[in-house]
Design a protein. Structure first.
Length: 248
């Protein structure tokens, strides 16, 4: 077992990760365009951010736009990018007031220069937030993140800055986008799908998984509470036995 893993089978949940799925289906059920579902999904984000603050969660990671999402129809991609700009413009001051720091992970180089600038400015402006870190995974893919981390580590090895024999799980984690963020304790996926869809592949190794049929735009504070209650009933063994977990 990696020394990075801390046995916290009864400790509070520090990091919650969410795959926000079901915006399109929510809109389709109502005879609305897909973008209407995405707009309602943004509303759900604000509700869950506030609920997580009340729950004392340190880190909330949201899978907002995957690297595969670039393959969606261009009008939908454009609308999503515009929604993101609007979200940043509307939420920055709220994040400042509530003590939330914004963190962006993923390869954002494919985004427009104006959006890249807006993201960097929002990160810088909210950097002092201490109550919670809001991580937005944008143009993100777990495999891509791991590959980029391998390249970073390889460059250090080639430059003589890293002994490959000393590369362990903790050291490698430092090359990931989430370098200074604890691994998720719980992953929630909405809409009934039961897969992790290339999200935080390395970091989710020992996370608890919770799947719900609720579509993301309908996911509210009560649904979050159900997920947290379920999580608190579980034992996190990290490959060990119950007896080992209770050893002094």
């Amino acid at each position: 077992m990696s020394d990075c893993i801390e046995l916290m089978h009864t400790a509070p949940l520090r990091h919650l990760a969410v795959i926000m799925d079901g915006n399109g289906r929510w809109a389709k059920q109502r005879g609305l365009p897909r973008i209407a579902g995405h707009r309602q999904g943004v509303e759900a984000v604000t509700v869950i951010v506030d609920a997580c603050l009340l729950q004392g969660i340190d880190v909330l990671s949201l899978y907002a736009f995957s690297s595969e999402n670039w393959g969606r129809p261009q009008d939908e991609v454009d609308a999503l990018m515009e929604l993101l700009l609007q979200f940043l413009a509307l939420q920055q001051n709220k994040m400042l007031a509530k003590g939330i720091s914004l963190r962006v992970i993923g390869d954002t180089s494919r985004m427009s220069p104006s959006l890249q600038t807006a993201l960097k400015e929002a990160e810088a402006k909210t950097a002092g937030g201490k109550r919670m870190t809001l991580v937005l995974a944008l143009s993100y893919g777990g495999r891509d993140e791991i590959l980029r981390a391998v390249k970073k580590a390889s460059r250090q090895v080639c430059q003589g800055e890293l002994d490959p024999d000393k590369l362990d799980c903790c050291t490698f984690s430092g090359f990931l986008d989430t370098a200074d963020i604890p691994d998720p304790d719980l992953l929630i996926r909405t809409s009934g799908e039961m897969r992790i869809s290339n999200f935080l592949l390395w970091q989710l190794a020992y996370a608890e998984l919770y799947f719900t049929d609720v579509l993301w735009p309908d996911f509210g504070a009560d649904d979050l509470q159900h997920a947290l209650d379920d999580y608190r009933q579980r034992k996190r063994r990290f490959g060990l036995t119950d007896e080992q977990l209770h050893e002094p």
